[in-house]
Design a binder for this molecule. Structure first.
Ligand SMILES: [Ca+2]
Length: 287
């Protein structure tokens, strides 16, 4: 349980607000005073036996600094390559007992440092929210100020420790720390209906499959609508459902590999994007 008492020194009683965003202290000397607070990463605000507190989340999927992923069921997998990955969504064809969502994480190695989640895209039934660890928020492509109820059932706020918290009412929580640690938290009503790298959340970690290709297995979960140079080709689908097809680059080179991975590396290493920078277009790079 999250210890909140230190924030309420010399108090007669303390109370967390309904979303654990404020801690109110009552003392004989100072009266009632409230302070911003938040549950630590990986914990959720719960009401249990009449007492509200921060408790470890049951449905928690995390990517640490260094890009090690732990599924909802506790299986581990290292993300060996930067890329954009499908973390979690309702599986196709599921009759919707909970609101639909899809979480996509952009894993990068910035300035040669450890791989981290640099930004996360969260799709909801009524729109798209993108947050970056540098405190940027976009809602359906428009920059937003915080705090904000950005969609009908979704709010975004910055927590006291600087991390960004996206909350779907009664559903999914996504928290991105300024260090690039990412938590995805779902309620118990999401059990066994989820797809993506975070697993199916059925309590069995042995079936959170990542493919059978060792340290390249996370490629299976690359988000096809974000991967550069991905062009499905009829008849080119692998057994695992991943296409080998790839768009030829303007330099005439073939991407090769799965889902344009080589193309991505080529863009970053041969200076092709650098040539755009030379033309002064860097100010238009999508952040
Ligand atoms: Ca499982």
């Amino acid at each position: 349980m999250h210890t909140i008492r230190p924030l309420c020194a010399q108090v007669n009683s303390s109370l967390l607000t309904s979303d654990c965003s404020e801690l109110c202290c009552c003392s004989a000397s100072t009266g009632l005073s409230c302070h911003p607070t938040a549950c630590p990463s990986g914990q959720v605000c719960k009401l249990q036996e009449g007492v509200r507190s921060c408790q470890p989340a049951h449905g928690l999927c995390s990517i640490t600094v260094g890009a090690n992923l732990t599924t909802f069921d506790g299986a581990y997998n290292a993300i060996s390559s930067p890329g954009v990955y499908e973390l979690s969504s309702l599986c196709p064809g599921i009759q919707k007992p909970v609101p639909w969502y899809r979480v996509v994480a952009d894993v990068q190695s910035c300035d040669g440092n450890d791989k981290i989640v640099d930004k996360v895209h969260i799709f909801f039934e009524d729109g798209l929210v993108t947050v970056t660890r540098s405190n940027g928020v976009w809602v359906n492509g428009l920059r937003a100020d915080l705090p904000a109820n950005v969609l009908t059932s979704v709010s975004v706020k910055r927590l006291p420790d600087g991390s960004m918290l996206v909350q779907q009412e009664g559903g999914v929580q996504v928290q991105l720390g300024i260090d690039g640690h990412l938590d995805v938290i779902v309620g118990d009503d999401h059990e066994a209906i989820l797809c993506g790298a975070c697993g199916n959340f059925d309590g069995d970690k042995t079936n959170d499959k990542f493919g059978s290709e060792g340290n390249t297995s996370m490629e299976k979960w690359e988000a096809q609508d974000f991967s550069p140079c991905f062009l499905p080709t009829v008849g080119d689908m692998d057994d695992d459902g991943v296409y080998d097809g790839c768009l030829l680059g303007e330099n005439g080179g073939s991407c090769g590999g799965k889902a344009g991975k080589s193309r991505w590396q080529k863009l970053g290493s041969t200076g092709e994007m650098g040539s755009h920078r030379d033309r002064g277009l860097e100010e238009w790079w999508v952040k």
